[in-house]
Design a protein around this ligand. Structure first.
Ligand code: SF4
Length: 302
């Protein structure tokens, strides 16, 4: 099976590999600070699903720290001044501050020569018009992608995971983002409690049906991380076996999702990223190299 991966798409566009820098704006999340709830999504770690992000420093310092972290992945043959990056604002809800406070952060990142694009992780219920106006303005300088944590289209699961917004909210924000010419990547989670393959495929069908077309997707494995509500549910036996696929089962689900997805949708991720120090289960996911090798082999053979 052939899939469009983000690393290949970026390589074609910029004629070199582009590296993602994990950053933060210092925003909180309405699902954690009490505006919607204090608990957050049940799988969300204390780092706001951005455990690899740079500490909260002025943006240029964050970028330099993140560049130093990815440097070991970059071949020495690429000189430092030719290395290209995406500034990825990952932790928490990165549009959950007034536009006047966020603008200088995004603008400083976007104006750097080494940053070719910006990616902003947020929630669809945190995109008021003034934020959308700001993003539209910045999108004229360099491409901006908005990453929305949808996880599932099923309201029952959304309530169980305490997502805190309904599918209709996602649909409305998606429409506004696309009308303004912004790219959208949706995060989905495989292995959510109570969901089977048909539920997952129904989420893929919904994403295929979006008009204009969805730009990209992240397929992520449900990780059970320490100090989360999900960890308590797991320890209390409230999840059942279905929530924890084996590596083989996970691969089958990923392949089924990829086969169902519109092949023009760019695949940004086929597994998750959880820090080993926080991971409770599934433990096989801590060997990321093995997981990716197995998945990529199965995708090639599919
Ligand atoms: S929306 Fe994101 S940051 Fe907020 S609780 Fe959910 S996963 Fe965590």
């Amino acid at each position: 099976m052939q899939i469009k991966t983000i690393s290949e798409e970026l390589k074609k566009k910029y004629k070199t590999k582009v590296y993602k820098l994990s950053l933060q704006t210092g925003c909180s999340c309405p699902n954690r600070d009490g505006k919607l709830s204090y608990g957050g999504c049940i799988f969300c770690s204390e780092g706001g699903s951005g455990d690899f992000a740079s500490p909260l420093l002025p943006i240029d310092q964050q970028i330099e720290l993140a560049k130093a972290r990815v440097a070991k992945k970059i071949p020495a043959s690429i000189p430092e001044d030719k290395r290209l990056y995406i500034a990825y604002f990952q932790s928490y809800t990165n549009t959950y501050k007034p536009a006047s406070e966020l603008y200088p952060i995004f603008k400083a990142a976007i104006m750097r020569k080494d940053i070719v694009e910006i990616s902003i992780g947020t929630r669809p219920d945190c995109l008021p018009d003034d934020i959308l106006d700001m993003l539209t303005e910045l999108n004229k300088i360099k491409d901006i992608t908005i990453e929305l944590g949808l996880q599932t289209i099923h309201e029952k699961t959304a309530r169980l995971i305490n997502r805190g917004y309904e599918l209709e909210t996602f649909a409305e924000s998606y429409k506004k983002l696309k009308e303004r010419g912004l790219k959208v990547v949706v995060h989905t989670i495989i292995g959510l409690p109570g969901e089977d393959k048909d539920d997952l495929l129904a989420t893929m069908d919904y994403l295929n049906s979006l008009n204009p077309k969805l730009d990209g997707i992240k397929l992520q494995l449900l990780h059970i991380l320490k100090n989360t509500k999900l960890a308590s549910m797991y320890e209390n036996g409230e999840l059942g076996d279905s929530a924890l696929p084996s590596l083989d089962e996970y691969c089958d689900l990923v392949i089924a999702a990829l086969k169902r997805l519109d092949p023009d949708i760019v695949i940004h991720r086929i597994t998750g990223d959880g820090p080993k120090s926080l991971l409770i289960a599934p433990l096989w996911s801590s060997d990321k190299k093995r997981v990716l090798n197995t998945l990529n082999k199965k995708i090639r053979e599919a």
